[in-house]
Design a protein around this ligand. Structure first.
Ligand code: SAM
Length: 282
């Protein structure tokens, strides 16, 4: 009978490890390996992470670290990283993303601790890929404020960005946020992604007003990501495009002029290039 040698211990440092957001099958091979080979797991809630480790058949000392941990607790953990491999997890998903850990990473970095981050599930990115909304530019803005005035101000502020907006949301607050979006961003495409990676996963897209009506009638359960499509590009007339092209052609070659104007007005670069060639020939 051969006896497996114990797995080699990880070198001391901080390992930021993403965990599943619902479906335990999404735990990564590297996450399992790091749990197996680390000295201690720092986690938000020892019961939640204890369950995950039990599911994986791994026993490790758990060390509670969350937003309530004071500076002394944080510095003790940083001190521990000098001689121990410390894995940092949150209850679910990627640590630090609307979860504790920013100050810990900042202080560990300042103390010269070796740090690495093991990627994995993140609700914001999972929702964005599912939504069908444009994803070339996006703004992740965490949770909207609870109070109405602050929520509207945050929405107006984020709404000015030329990007898809991603918010984390809760069931009891979803309709209020959709109502605010219907008032402030009535023309934008909205997407609600719920219970991602779980049995009752759903993703609904429509106007804020229609979705608010739907969820008023069907109060949503579970975890939610709320997304807002980017503002529609201002419509430019052929005359506007020609004026911009002529100005650009004074200093640039047609290909550069077309690229610049395409970027400015969001037009088709090939068509603008063809038009630039026509204008230059006149
Ligand atoms: N760090 C986590 C991540 O990487 O996604 C997010 C933590 S934050 C405290 C929890 C919020 O993430 C939930 O309120 C919800 O908005 C979103 N979320 C987490 N899991 C989700 C899921 N399975 N489906 C939809 N949203 C989820």
């Amino acid at each position: 009978m051969s006896i497996e040698p114990p797995p080699e211990a990880l070198s001391p440092g901080l390992y930021i490890v993403a965990t599943p957001i619902g479906n335990l099958g999404d735990v990564t091979l590297r996450a399992v390996d790091s749990f197996t080979r680390c000295d201690v797991v720092a986690c938000e809630d020892t019961r939640v992470t204890g369950k995950l480790l039990k599911h994986l058949g791994i026993h490790k000392p758990l060390h509670r670290y969350n937003d309530h941990s004071d500076e002394a607790a944080r510095l003790r953990l940083v001190q521990m990283m000098q001689d121990n491999a410390v894995v940092l997890v949150s209850d679910a998903g990627t640590p630090l993303i609307s979860d504790p850990g920013h100050r810990l990473v900042r202080d560990a970095r300042a103390a010269g601790v070796a740090i690495t981050s093991l990627p994995g599930a993140c609700a914001a990115i999972t929702a964005l890929t599912l939504s069908g909304l444009p994803n070339d530019r996006f703004l992740f803005a965490g949770f909207l404020p609870v109070k109405e005035k602050a929520r509207k101000a945050a929405l107006e502020d984020a709404g000015a960005a030329n990007a898809t907006l991603i918010f984390y949301e809760t069931g009891p607050r979803l309709v209020k946020s959709l109502d605010a979006m219907a008032e402030l961003l009535p023309d934008r495409a909205i997407s609600v992604a719920r219970e991602l990676t779980k049995l009752f996963e759903e993703c609904r897209t429509g106007s804020a007003a229609v979705l608010a009506g739907h969820y008023r009638d069907n109060p949503p359960k579970g975890e939610i990501v709320l997304m807002v499509g980017p503002p529609a590009k201002a419509a430019f007339s052929q005359q506007d495009a020609d004026a911009l092209l002529r100005a650009a052609l004074d200093i640039d070659k047609p290909s550069q002029a077309a690229s610049k104007v395409a970027k400015a007005i969001g037009g088709d670069r090939k068509m603008l290039y063809a038009r630039a060639m026509q204008l230059r020939a006149r």
